[in-house]
Design a protein around this ligand. Structure first.
Ligand code: CP3
Length: 346
C-alpha cells in the first residue's frame, strides 16, 4: 500500500479537517501512572539519563501507544534539556521536581553561550528517528519544546514556584537582560524544533505552562511575541510545519494569542471558557483539550459527564481530545481506559 494513503487523524485535524470521532492523546502520557514506565525509570539512573538514552526514551515514548492506542505519541524528553544544553546545572531530585542553578543577575544571563551544545541534544533527535521508524504511520509523532517564558521561569528561579514570582520580578527589574534571555531561547528553540522535524517529528507543541501568571502587557511581550517568532522562524525553514501552542491559563488573552501566533491548534486548560473558544477560536484553529486531570483521577460518572460536555462543546469542529494539563501520577489506568472508550464510543 502507498504509505501516503494511510490516514493520520491528528495531522488531518491540524490541517483543518473535522473528524467524526476526535483523535486523542494525553499530555504526560508517558510517565509514573504506568507500571511499565516506573520499571524502566528505576533502571535508567537519573531522569536526564533517561531523556538522553535513545533506546530507553524511545521505549517510554511508545509504551502508552501500545497500551492505549493513542492517536499521537509525544517524544519523551523534558523542556529543561535546553537550559542543560546551555550549560546550566539541571537536576531532577526524586519527588521534588527540577532543581537548576538559578541565573541570579544580568551577568549570569550574558555569560550563557549563544548556542546550545548540539552534541548534548543529539540523543533526543536519535530518539525521534527511532520512534518514527517504530510507530505506525497512522499515529502522529509530536516533538516539543518549552516556550521561552516558561523555560526562563525555571532558569531564573531554579525551581518551580506557585506563581513564578522570581522570573516576573526579574523581568520587571531587568527587562533588557530578561529580553536577551528570551531572545536566546527563541533562537535555540527554532533550531531545536527544526532538528526534531528533520529527524521525523510530524508536528511540534510549544509548552507555555506558566503563561497564565502574566498580566496582559507582559503576556504579549513574553508569551505571544516569542511564540510568534518561533513559529515564523520555523516556517521559514519548513513552510508547512504544524504547530500546537499551549499557553496555559491564557484565559481572555487566547484570542490575541491565536491572532498573532500562527499555530495550527491551541491546547487549552480546563479553566478555559469553552463557549467562547467554540465561537471565537475553533473557527480559526483546531482546539486541543481540555479535561481536568483531577476528574480523570476521580473517575466514575463525574468523568463520563466531563468527557461528554467536552465532546458536546468541541466535537463538531476541528478538535483533538486531550487533558487540560498533564496526567497525575496517581491516576488509575482503568480511568484512562474509561475515558478513551467514551471518547471513541460514537
Ligand atoms: O508528555 C509526555 O509524556 C512527554 C514527556 C514530557 C515530560 N515533561 C516528561 C517528564 C513533557 C512534554 C514534559 C514537559 C514539561 N516539563 C513541562 C511543560 C508541560 C507541563 O507539564 O507543564 C514542564 C513545566 C516541565 C518541567 C518539569 N519536568 C517539571 C516541573 C517536572 C517535575 C514534575 C513531575 O511531574 O515530576 C518534570 C519532570 C518530568 N518530566 C517527569 C516526566 C515523566 C517526572 C520525572 C520522573 O519520572 O522521574
Amino acid at each position: 500500500m502507498d504509505g501516503k494513503s494511510v490516514r493520520n487523524p491528528v495531522l488531518e485535524v491540524l490541517a483543518g479537517q473535522s473528524a467524526t470521532t476526535p483523535p486523542v492523546w494525553m499530555m504526560r502520557q508517558a510517565g509514573r501512572y504506568l507500571p511499565e514506565y516506573r520499571e524502566l525509570r528505576a533502571k535508567a539512573g537519573s531522569f536526564l539519563d533517561l531523556c538522553f538514552n535513545p533506546d530507553m526514551a524511545a521505549e517510554v515514548t511508545l509504551q502508552p501507544i501500545r497500551r492505549f492506542g493513542f492517536n499521537a505519541a509525544i517524544l519523551f524528553s523534558d523542556i529543561l534539556v535546553i537550559p542543560h544544553a546551555l550549560g546550566q546545572t539541571v537536576r531532577f531530585a526524586v519527588g521534588e521536581g527540577p532543581q537548576l542553578a538559578p541565573l541570579g543577575d544580568e551577568a549570569a544571563i550574558d555569560r550563557l553561550p549563544v548556542n546550545v551544545d548540539q552534541a548534548i541534544l543529539a540523543p533526543v533527535y536519535e530518539t525521534v528517528r527511532r520512534v518514527r521508524t517504530a510507530l505506525d504511520p497512522s499515529v502522529a509523532l509530536l516533538g516539543f519544546c518549552g516556550a521561552p517564558w516558561t523555560v526562563a521561569t525555571y532558569m531564573i528561579a531554579g525551581h518551580g514556584t506557585p506563581d513564578q514570582a522570581p522570573a516576573r520580578l526579574f523581568a520587571y527589574r531587568h527587562p533588557a537582560a530578561f529580553g536577551r534571555l528570551i531572545d536566546r531561547l527563541v533562537d535555540n528553540s527554532i533550531v531545536y524544533l527544526h532538528r526534531q522535524i528533520e529527524a521525523g517529528a510530524d508536528a511540534v507543541q510549544l509548552f507555555d505552562t506558566w503563561a497564565g501568571v502574566l498580566p496582559p502587557e507582559e503576556f504579549v511581550r513574553w508569551c505571544i511575541e516569542p511564540a510568534a517568532r518561533i513559529v515564523e522562524g520555523l516556517r521559514r525553514l519548513v513552510p508547512d510545519v504544524k504547530v500546537i501552542g499551549f499557553p496555559r491559563g491564557a484565559g481572555a488573552m487566547l484570542g490575541d494569542y491565536i491572532d498573532r501566533v500562527a499555530v495550527n491548534a491551541v491546547s487549552v486548560d480546563w479553566m478555559a471558557d469553552r463557549s467562547m473558544i467554540r465561537s471565537r477560536i475553533q473557527p480559526k484553529v483546531a482546539v486541543q483539550g481540555n479535561l481536568d486531570p483531577l476528574v480523570l483521577l476521580a473517575g466514575g460518572e463525574a468523568l463520563d459527564r466531563a468527557v461528554d460536555r467536552i465532546l458536546a462543546e468541541f466535537g463538531s469542529g476541528r478538535f483533538i481530545f486531550n487533558l487540560g494539563h498533564g496526567i497525575l501520577p496517581e491516576t488509575p489506568i482503568a480511568h484512562v481506559e474509561r475515558m478513551l472508550a467514551r471518547v471513541r464510543k460514537g
